[in-house]
Design a protein around this ligand. Structure first.
Ligand code: ADP
Length: 428
């Protein structure tokens, strides 16, 4: 059965749906066709029952089945209906004097009904039993002549019976499996959504809870450094400064985690207040000052007097801090990091350039995916989460801006940020 649980292509599924619809209506379709044939080309009655009386009987019988199914929940199962069909067809067979003919129709309906609710194997067994009964009774009827015409007719009916049984069983099983798979997928999608919601909630709570003690520790460390730095040995001073640098990193990482969480949940609200990107760039450079001096690096600022814009000061500062922190981490000691800013028409262009190892060609876009890190011993040696650039681009895009990387082998890397700043001037 599992072999049938393959996923269907949309066109295939439509065909199966149509066949299933036809299967459900086959009883009525068959009767309509029979009625039409009897009316258009009345065949001479060969047996004791006139053809039209059989058709009327089938219609009455099917109406009765429909009513019974409507009233009795037990009869809703097609297997029950199939059994009734089988009993009625056998009785008709025994009462009639002529070979098969329209009574075979009831056998078809029986097979078709059974196929809708039985497994493929059971339907085949059911069909085989039906075919044996039909063949036995038909050859015992008085009008049966063992002429090749009667034999051919009997064989072709039996073959058709087998085909209808197998075909319908496959169609309905496949649809049932597809339906079950769709339901499973839906349940799984619901579960994943719930897990995702819990994950976002968890990260948000934990990050908030982490930020409070971290901010207190940073403030305490700052005060400690200011008051006792003079009295400390150089090694102790280094240790203290190391602790401060690491708590700053931790702060940036928690901030990133919170921002990513909000971006993913579509909850990051961007303020559009008048800002000066020059002030933001200088604040970002000051934020990473302790970090860069650790490696004897320098941040060169190449900025005009002012770069007015509308945006979210805190978030744009986070973008620049991320870029400067990356430049500091991936560039060697004593390197110069360049932060450049300029207004071009209705846009402001900011860029951060470093003289580090650069980014391999072909990975300039990939590095903006979350958790993506270039596979190199140097990058692995420098710790990182692979989230900074994804967050930075997320924030820039929420400002309707663009962000990309440029790098040539051995020439370092340059990260560009372009923000639309149509309102410039007195607002800032
Ligand atoms: P992280 O730096 O924490 O790994 P990011 O998202 O900030 O995460 O950066 C993704 C990857 O892009 C980094 O792992 C690194 O391989 C590469 N990268 C980012 N900035 C630079 C840079 N200035 N120089 C070289 N590679 C960089």
């Amino acid at each position: 059965m599992d072999r049938l649980a393959l996923h269907l292509r949309p066109a295939q599924l439509e065909t199966y749906r149509f066949l299933n619809w036809a299967l459900r209506w086959l009883r009525w379709i068959t009767l309509a066709v029979l009625l039409l044939i009897t009316l258009v080309r009345p065949a001479p009655n060969r047996g004791s029952l006139p053809n039209w009386s059989l058709i009327l009987f089938f219609i009455a019988y099917n109406l009765l089945i429909g009513l019974l199914q409507h009233w009795s929940p037990n009869l809703r199962s097609f297997a029950w209906v199939a059994l009734l069909d089988l009993l009625v067809a056998s009785a008709l067979y025994l009462l009639s004097t002529e070979p098969g003919g329209p009574i075979f129709v009831l056998f078809f309906l029986a097979v078709d009904s059974a196929a809708a609710s039985l497994t493929l194997r059971d339907t085949l067994l059911y069909t085989a039993a039906l075919a044996t009964i039909a063949a036995t009774i038909e050859t015992m009827l008085p009008l049966w002549s063992s002429t090749s015409r009667d034999i051919r007719q009997l064989i072709s009916r039996l073959v058709m019976l087998g085909l209808v049984g197998a075909g319908m069983a496959i169609v309905s099983r496949r649809l049932a499996l597809e339906h079950a798979a769709a339901q499973r997928n839906q349940a799984e999608a619901g579960r994943m959504e719930e897990l995702d919601r819990l994950r976002l909630e968890f990260i948000s709570t934990v990050s908030h809870d982490l930020l409070t003690p971290l901010t207190a520790s940073q403030a305490g460390l700052g005060m400690l450094e200011a008051s006792i730095a003079e009295r400390l040995q150089p090694a102790e001073r280094d240790l203290l400064s190391n602790i401060r640098v690491n708590t700053e990193y931790l702060g940036v990482m928690i901030d990133d985690l919170l921002a990513l969480n909000q971006i993913e949940a579509g909850m990051l609200r961007i303020e559009h207040t008048p800002i000066d990107l020059c002030v933001i760039a200088r604040t970002a450079a000051a934020t990473v000052h302790t970090l860069v001096t650790e490696k004897r690096q320098m941040v060169d600022l190449d900025l005009p007097d002012t770069l007015p814009c509308l945006g979210d000061a805190r978030r744009l500062q986070q973008v620049l801090v991320n870029l400067l922190a990356n430049a500091h981490r991936y560039a060697p000691e004593d390197a110069r990091i360049m932060l450049h800013g300029a207004a071009t028409g209705a846009e402001v262009h900011l860029s951060v350039h470093d003289t580090g190892p650069g980014i391999p060609a072909g990975e300039h876009e990939a590095i903006f995916q979350r958790f993506y890190r270039v596979a190199s011993p140097m990058v692995s040696a420098v710790g990182g989460s692979g989230l900074g650039l994804a967050i930075a681009r997320g924030i820039v895009e929420l400002h309707d801006g663009r962000m990309w990387a440029e790098s040539e082998a051995g020439q370092g890397a340059t990260f560009h940020v372009v923000l639309p700043c149509p309102v410039r001037g007195e607002e800032a």
